[in-house]
Design a protein around this ligand. Structure first.
Ligand code: BTN
Length: 261
């Protein structure tokens, strides 16, 4: 698999050394954290055929069976203050949309903040994590993890209404190595220091913007309208009483009023 991925990537780069492939791993994000802490260089990529402990946002699990999806993490070392990386998840989502469009010929939408969706169903999820160097207060490492459903033809009953795969969308079986290479290429080219253009594309792709949404904080739920996406990726929601709130991705889940998106 690694050789197949390499065959789609520029030979000028050190991808041969940077890409690590696993048949099974607990979580590519967890492994990336271990490797980043041990000094792995920027653009180290971890790809697994399956994960036993795939993780999503808000402590959720991410189903990662063998032979069907792409489970990938990339280590970045941008060396900037964390405040300058607030849009990282948005930038990764745009990069992932670019890779899907380029390889598969359709462009997914983005459900704020980190899901790629097609026709209201989740195609992919993104989990970004970072560590700050206490001495410099700069980001020591950031990890972008992507799980993308590729060749699943059906999902377990609890996911059937909310998940889709690239094969279901295109009606064709998906070359995971080609798509993995496109993801690696797009993620490695993210321009994190100039978020203007990226955020403009994000707003265009985002299916949440302008919608009626439910903001879920633990047991509390509140309905409102998603009125703006700010430069740092925060979602501005306006409630019926006129009050507005900027929601950062942290603890909050945002859903459409009538379903998953
Ligand atoms: C989400 O749906 O909230 C995000 C899902 C992110 C899943 C990917 S799969 C590769 C990487 N390793 C993980 O454990 N999680 C991410």
């Amino acid at each position: 698999m690694k050789e197949m991925i390499l065959s789609h990537l520029s030979q000028d780069h050190l991808w041969q050394e940077r890409i690590h492939y696993y048949n099974v791993i607990d979580s590519t994000n967890t492994q990336a954290k271990r490797m980043a802490a041990a000094g792995a260089p920027a653009l180290t990529v971890l790809i697994a055929d399956s994960q036993t402990g795939g993780r999503g946002r808000l402590g959720r699990s991410f189903l990662s069976p063998a032979g069907s999806g792409i489970y990938m993490s990339m280590i970045l070392r941008p060396g900037v203050p964390p405040a300058e990386l607030m849009h990282l998840t948005c930038a990764a989502a745009v990069a992932a949309c670019d890779a899907v469009e380029q390889t598969l010929g359709f462009r997914p939408g983005i459900k704020w903040i980190n899901d790629l969706v097609v026709d209201g169903k989740k195609l992919a999820g993104i989990l970004t994590e970072l560590s700050i160097d206490p001495k410099t207060s700069l980001v020591d490492w950031a990890i972008v993890g992507i799980g993308l459903n590729c060749n699943e033809r059906q999902f377990p009953p609890e996911l059937a209404d909310i998940a889709c795969s690239a094969a279901m969308v295109t009606g064709q079986s998906i070359d995971r190595s080609e798509l993995s290479a496109a993801l690696i290429d797009a993620l490695s080219k993210m321009d994190l220091l100039h978020p203007q253009e990226t955020m403009a594309i994000y707003r265009h792709d985002c299916v949440t913007l302008g919608r009626e949404v439910t903001v879920i904080r633990g047991e509390q739920q509140r309905n409102g309208q998603a009125v703006e996406i700010r430069q740092d990726g925060a979602l501005r929601v306006q409630y019926p009483d006129g009050e507005t709130e900027n929601i950062n991705s942290g603890e909050v889940s945002v859903r459409g009023l009538f379903g998953y998106t």
